[in-house]
Design a protein around this ligand. Structure first.
Ligand code: CA
Ligand code: CA
Length: 424
């Protein structure tokens, strides 16, 4: 009875992780071996056990689940001596329990469970043995274990043979860079108040993508990076690369500026083997964000004019406004009404602080009052912010005293005395 000199079961796992089961190996029962039961051999069999040390400890036959019947009623009912002058070659297939173990092992630790980087070279290893005992069975029920002359068969415990189970992992070849299929950012426009932006990316890689991340730039702020989550495996491409879809959401805050801004989303597809495919520049995701409508009117802190009263000679006056606003104030306007009813507008320049919190000042000269009655000038203030929220300010008056008759000027010479005419 022969076994090939270095018989082994070889499971092969292809680069795309297809498992190819080993072919049966040949057990050859030679003609001479039927001599023991010449004319009476009814079966040639093997008992395959999951107990590696003592397979087939029980009698072979249909009642033993580990007994594998290779050939029944060899040669027919008569003239069975020497197998009818033929060697009996029977196939020894890998038993189902080994199949299940190898598959489970492969998925957890073997080729399939290995990182792609570990599979850039072919690899083989032995992880199980199939043990068995061959036998012949005599017509009428008696059987005889048969020893095999093979280095894989035990000489200390006769009849037990061990055939190694080898796993060969094909090399998956040089690393290929990830391939970007699509990137999508929605919506492409946001209100000034901000909102959620959904990001979807689809790509492929020979060993599968391990990470897809985005770098988000909002206005002039420092960019930040977020990892997307894999949402689906999408099978393989024609060239065998594994496709996958990745998704995530970023929350865009309210636009704090007074100008619309663009949010830019760049993508990085990584394969875990230091190859990264990036999407940026013209291909980057873009979201336009509008400005926030300003609903808060400016706040007037003070409005003064000094001096508020002038002598009849007139003089310089200064109007001062202090105010604040959440976004900024347009230069305050004054409506200046002169005593004769003529009006003119005046836009006050910023003299200190900022448009958000500042001081605006204007100065001008009021002419002398040639009349004996006082003259009144008025200033009406209007404040508006950059979004045209308007606040009407108070009206302030400037009084110019009337010109007094006679020697009103201090230090002036006394008026000349007019001599009385003597009464008639
Ligand atoms: Ca790759
Ligand atoms: Ca405002």
């Amino acid at each position: 009875m022969d076994l090939a000199p270095d018989a082994k079961f070889v499971y092969r796992v292809t680069a795309t992780n297809q498992m190819i089961k080993p072919a049966p190996i040949a057990l050859r029962f030679s003609r001479g071996e039927s001599g023991t039961f010449c004319d009476k051999v009814s079966e040639v069999g093997v008992n395959v056990g999951s107990d590696k040390l003592f397979p087939g400890g029980e009698a072979p036959g249909t009642s033993d689940r580990n007994s594998v019947l290779f050939r029944s009623a060899v040669g027919g009912a008569a003239g069975l001596c020497s197998f009818g002058n033929q060697d009996a070659v029977v196939p020894l297939a890998v038993p189902a329990w080994i199949d299940a173990r190898v598959e489970s092992y492969l998925n957890k630790q073997g080729c399939v469970g290995q990182s792609a980087a570990n599979r850039r070279q072919p690899k083989s290893y032995v992880n199980e043995f199939v043990t068995f005992k061959p036998y012949l069975k005599k017509a009428g029920g008696a059987y005889d274990w048969k020893a095999m002359a093979n280095k894989q068969c035990d000489t200390q415990v006769p009849f037990i043979c061990r055939v190694p189970v080898e796993i060969v992992c094909d090399a998956v070849g040089a690393n290929q860079a990830p391939v970007v299929e699509s990137t999508d950012v929605t919506p492409t426009s946001l209100p000034g108040s901000g909102g959620a932006v959904k990001i979807v990316a689809v790509g492929a890689d020979d060993a599968g993508l391990v990470k897809v991340s985005v770098t988000v730039s909002v206005g002039g702020a420092a960019p930040y990076t977020r990892d997307l989550s894999k949402s689906a495996d999408l099978g393989v491409t024609a060239s065998g690369a594994k496709r996958s879809r990745w998704e995530g959401t970023v929350d865009i805050q309210a636009n704090p500026t007074r100008t619309p801004r663009t949010i830019t989303v760049n993508f990085d597809f990584a394969d875990g083997e230091n190859a990264v495919a990036g999407v940026g520049g013209a291909g980057a995701g873009k979201v336009q964000q509008a400005v926030v409508k300003d609903l808060v009117p400016p706040q007037l802190l003070s409005f003064t004019v000094t001096p508020a009263e002038l002598p009849s000679t007139g003089g310089d006056v200064t109007a001062t406004v202090r105010a604040s606003d959440n976004f900024g104030i347009a230069p305050p306007t004054l409506v200046y009404t002169q005593p004769d009813g003529r009006t003119s507008g005046l836009r006050m320049p910023l003299s200190g602080g900022s448009a958000q919190s500042g001081e605006w000042k204007s100065s001008w000269t009021i002419p002398m009052n040639p009349d004996p009655t006082p003259k009144m000038y008025s200033l009406k203030l209007t404040l508006a912010d950059v979004d045209s929220n308007v606040v009407a300010g108070p009206t302030l008056n400037i009084k110019v005293a009337g010109k007094t008759a006679g020697p009103a000027m201090p230090g002036a010479l006394p008026a000349p005395t007019i001599p009385r005419r003597p009464p008639r």
